[in-house]
Design a protein around this ligand. Structure first.
Ligand code: NI
Ligand code: MN
Length: 226
């Protein structure tokens, strides 16, 4: 499996299919490549905020690939002519050999790409299982049921926001890692803008004091084989 970090919360996960999560590209000052170069088989969106829903509509329309999102966001996309698959927290969706399970997130979710914003249902995360199980936490606070996510799904890789202000910061995300206990933790949702400036090395040090998970600090565009 190849996991590529496209900065912010955007990851491309390639195994049996190419999964693109939270494609925030065009308006993202740290995106490493243009939106036209993405050709996913499926797009997964954690919530309606513009830095997550991002370019899902454009990529979905161009490729014809489905966009997987919470029902309200999926309905919004379907209304704009995009092939969308709605689901909800606790449920699973299969696309080929990949199983997506939607997990809770403690966050808000309106669709900020419309003026005025459109209600976007609940914010979420995903367990993406394509042989290796990845937990993409979306935007979230630390919450106690992350222990259950670790216990039930046993993700090998956790993608955790560390930017603070809008999500967990390094201190909370390190506790999350210690509860989830993945082999690898990749920090995300930081250093995209000044408001979420963080030192990922600080996060790594905190995780190392709490558990055995290995923190992989990526540069935008970096890929990891696992
Ligand atoms: Ni958000
Ligand atoms: Mn966000």
């Amino acid at each position: 499996m190849k996991i590529t970090w496209l900065s912010h919360s955007c990851f491309e996960i390639v195994e049996s299919t190419t999964v693109l999560v939270d494609p925030y590209i065009r308006d993202n000052p740290t995106a490493p490549k243009p939106v036209e170069e993405f050709n996913p088989d499926i797009i997964a969106v954690t919530h309606g905020h513009g830095d997550h829903l991002g370019d899902a509509e454009d990529i979905g329309r161009r490729t014809g690939s489905p966009v997987l999102a919470v029902s309200e966001v999926a309905r919004y996309l379907a209304g704009r002519g995009v092939r969308a698959e709605g689901m909800n927290i606790g449920g699973s969706f299969r696309e080929g050999d990949v199983l997506f399970t939607m997990t809770p997130a403690v966050h808000s979710s309106d669709i900020t790409l419309t003026d005025p914003p459109t209600p976007g249902g609940e914010a979420a995360g995903f367990i993406i299982d394509d042989g290796i199980r990845i937990y993409h936490a979306g935007d979230t606070a630390l919450f106690g049921d992350m222990r259950l996510i670790g216990e039930i799904y046993r993700p090998e890789v956790a993608l955790l926001p560390i930017g603070g202000r809008y999500t967990m910061g390094p201190r909370e995300a390190a506790v999350a890692a210690s509860w989830i206990r993945p082999h690898l933790v990749i920090p995300m949702h930081y250093n995209t803008w000044p408001q979420i400036k963080q030192d990922p090395a600080e996060f790594r040090n905190l995780v190392e004091t709490l558990c055995d998970s290995e923190v992989v600090i990526m540069e935008a565009g970096d890929a990891l084989e696992c």
